[in-house]
Design a protein around this ligand. Sequence first.
Ligand SMILES: Nc1ncnc2c1ncn2[C@@H]1O[C@H](COP(=O)(O)OP(=O)(O)OP(=O)(O)O)[C@@H](O)[C@H]1O
Ligand SMILES: [Mg+2]
Length: 485
Amino acid sequence: MNNRFSALQNFSFDDELFDSQDGAPAAAHPAQAAEPSEKPAPAPKPLPDAAALSTGNEGNGNQKKILEAKSKLHRKMLDEFNLAALEQLPRDQLIAEIRKFVSDYASEQRLAFNNNELDEFVGTVVDELTGLGPLEPMMRNPDISDILINGPDNCYAEIKGVLQRVHIPFQDEAHLLRIINKIVAAVGRRIDESNPMCDARMSDGSRFNAAIRPIAIDGPLVSIRKFSKNKLSLGKLVEFNALTRPMAEVLQHAVHSRMTTIISGGTGTGKTTMLNALSAFISEKERIITIEDAAELALHIPHVGRMETRPANNEGSGEIKQRDLVKNALRMRPDRVILGEVRGEEAFDMLQAMNTGHEGSMATIHSNTPRDAISRLEQMLGMTGMPMTVHSIRSQISSAINLIVQLTRLSDGQRKITSIAEVTGMEGDVIQMQEIFKFCRTGLTDEGKIVGHFEATGVRPRFLEHLIAMGIELPGEFFEPGHRL
Ligand SMILES: Nc1ncnc2c1ncn2[C@@H]1O[C@H](COP(=O)(O)OP(=O)(O)OP(=O)(O)O)[C@@H](O)[C@H]1O
Ligand SMILES: [Mg+2]
């Protein structure tokens, strides 16, 4: 059995080694030996396994035995393989060698692997060696949008829009840390005790955040927000009842005719998705510059320049903030600037841009109502330290922004536009706003699903005049009081 792979070093089946954790030799003292064997946390029964999720296979009687064998074999392989040499092998050859090795091991250990199980096992070993281990099948599964890890034994995933607890077969904390390091190293960053947080964009575009000990008390905290290749269009959002067709039509024309729009909502309410969907109505003749912390936007227009902020390096220098990028963007002759999320002092430069020939610019903001979005912008302008009166701050805001689209994630998980409001100007020191459409909640089904409808408030938006001047006429009934949309 030894040295059967050209790329392996002194590999042998030594059952003693299988009983130890982390590849350390088995402890001689019985008491010491007993301790680590308690450590491997068996899969909590009711939790779906991450690998099973990707195959739709929820497991069977043989599953437990296979899982145990996998974990033993994994550990030994990781400890004894010459990983650097293995990585040089073409993937096909690697798979072939591992497959042969695993089937020999299975027959030697009298494990009844069928072909599917063998394929799955070889897949997990290859994932471990060349990819992100147990995260790999989850990254491939299009039904999973978020992966949230609170230590190796407490993991959650958002599957088809529902957040649920899952079992991800990490062997232990060290295994999870190895995978974090792999992800972080792949994007040229570092995470360790003196620098225990890392925010990065993975090579596939997914957003990755990790915090490790000492700031993460119960072991590594990892959040992966997967990059979705299938961006939802406005039409799809209508199908999902996030808004209705008349509302979509109004938004479509508003964006096309360069109404400056802010998309407001809490975490994960669908702000970026909405921004993406609305951007489809920007004219192809315009030049767009996008600015984000971690590039997520996938605008469906050709003339786009994308920029991303950069964090400080390990010596604490070299940071490039959103504000620097907004300032630079204005020198790049954009027709519109799109900010993934406005959070701080860049709000000042963004509003300046919106007020000076870059109408139709868009941004998202973290807030719970349109009025709240305005107050947050006021606070952000206050943060710049410019000597501005409240009146001048507010007039900047009111003259820059036309529309606020409010998104809410309802308690049953549905994501909806709960309000579309128009900013109409100032009266005294107060910014005037009028709601055009709103979502009215009317009840709850037995299954706990919220029931409601969208309706017009009866206010005719002022920007209709602007649309009419551009030859676009929307049906008057859209805006009749109480009109169900
Ligand atoms: N109306 C919708 N119906 C169903 N799923 C949606 C809807 N809108 C967005 N989603 C999904 O919800 C998830 C979160 O969306 P998105 O990233 O746009 O939210 P966000 O508000 O930008 O989040 P964050 O606060 O992290 O920036 C994505 O997986 C997206 O595909
Ligand atoms: Mg977002």
